[in-house]
Ligand binder design. Structure first.
Ligand code: ZN
Length: 280
C-alpha cells in the first residue's frame, strides 16, 4: 500500500449540503423491546459477523453507537452490514475522520494511517453515508445513546472523574455509550453509591446480566465489537431488555487470524494488527 505522507492526502470529495443520505427505516421504539447495542466495530467484519450470529433471534432492534470504520480491513462490508441490521446509527470520531469531517490530527500515527487507507477504500456511497451520520445523543424510548458522552461525542468516559458528574446530571437514562472500547460502564445505586460495572472476562457468550434497579442511574458500555481494549480480545456487545429491565453483556471469540491476514495484505500498520490479539 502506498500511503501519502500527512499533508499530501487526497482531498475528500465534497458532498453537497443537504444531501439526503440517511434512509432509516424507523419504527416506533417500544420500552418492552430488546435492543442489540453495537459499538466500535472498526471495519472488523469477522468480529461483526460473529456478534450478529450470537445475537440472532435475541433482539428486536439493533442500534449502533458509532465507529463503524477505522483500524480494520473491511470498511465497506461492515457499513453494508450495519446498515442492514441497525435501525439507528450515530457517528463516532473515526467515522468523522474517515468521512473527511475532521482531519485526524489528534489520532496517533497508526490510527491516522488507517484513516487515510479507509478513505481510499470507501465507495462514494459509503463515504456519503458516513458523512451524513447524525451525532449523538439520540433520545429513544426510555434510554439514550451517545458515542462518547452526553455533552461531547468525542469525550471518553474512563472512570469516576467523567462518570460521576455525568451520572449525577442524567435526566434520561440509562445512557449507552462507546468510544473507550471497555465493556461495562458505571452506575449510581438507588442509595447513591458509585459503582464500576465489571464483566467476567474469560467467558464466552452471555457473561453478565446487570439488573437496572428502580432509582439507579446507569452509563452502559456494550464494549467494542471490532477492537476491544479491556484486556479481552473477544468481540463485545450488549442487549438492553426493556421489559426485564436489565442489560446482558456478551463476549464471543471470532476468526481473528483471518482479520489479521486481511490487515497484513492491506498493508495496515503492524501494531494495529497485533493489538487485536491482546485486546489492548
Ligand atoms: Zn472506537
Amino acid at each position: 500500500m502506498n500511503l501519502p505522507a500527512p499533508g499530501q492526502q487526497k482531498a475528500c470529495p465534497q458532498i453537497p449540503a443537504g444531501s439526503p443520505v440517511l434512509d432509516y427505516n424507523l419504527t416506533p421504539l417500544e420500552p418492552d423491546l430488546r435492543y442489540l447495542i453495537l459499538s466500535d466495530i472498526h471495519s472488523n467484519l469477522e468480529a461483526f459477523e460473529k456478534c450478529r450470529e450470537l445475537a440472532r433471534e435475541k433482539y428486536d432492534q439493533a442500534l449502533c453507537l458509532g465507529d463503524l470504520v477505522g483500524y480494520g480491513p473491511d470498511p465497506n462490508a461492515v457499513i453494508e452490514g450495519v446498515r442492514f441490521v441497525a435501525t439507528i446509527i450515530i457517528r463516532g470520531n473515526h467515522d468523522k475522520a474517515c468521512a473527511g469531517l475532521t482531519d485526524a490530527e489528534d489520532f496517533n500515527p497508526f490510527a491516522r494511517l488507517a484513516t487515510v487507507w479507509t478513505r481510499e477504500q470507501l465507495t462514494p456511497e459509503h463515504f456519503a453515508f458516513l458523512r451524513a451520520l447524525p451525532s449523538g445523543p439520540v433520545q429513544l424510548e426510555g434510554f439514550t445513546i451517545v458515542h462518547g458522552s452526553l455533552i461531547d461525542e468525542d469525550e471518553y468516559i474512563f472512570g469516576a472523574g467523567q462518570a460521576l458528574p455525568a451520572l449525577r446530571n442524567l435526566t434520561a437514562q440509562p445512557v449507552c455509550f462507546g468510544h473507550t472500547h471497555y465493556q461495562g460502564g458505571f452506575a449510581l445505586t438507588p442509595k447513591g453509591r458509585f459503582q464500576s460495572i465489571r464483566c467476567t472476562f474469560k467467558q464466552n457468550e452471555l457473561t453478565y446480566v446487570l439488573p437496572l434497579e428502580e432509582g439507579g442511574r446507569y452509563l452502559i458500555n456494550p464494549g467494542s465489537v471490532g477492537q476491544p481494549r479491556d484486556g479481552n480480545w473477544r468481540a463485545a456487545f450488549a442487549i438492553l431488555d426493556g421489559e426485564q429491565r436489565h442489560i446482558e453483556y456478551y463476549r464471543t471469540p471470532y476468526d481473528l487470524p483471518t482479520t489479521q491476514k486481511k490487515m497484513q495484505r492491506a498493508g495496515l500498520p503492524e501494531p494495529l494488527i497485533k493489538r487485536l490479539a491482546f485486546g489492548r
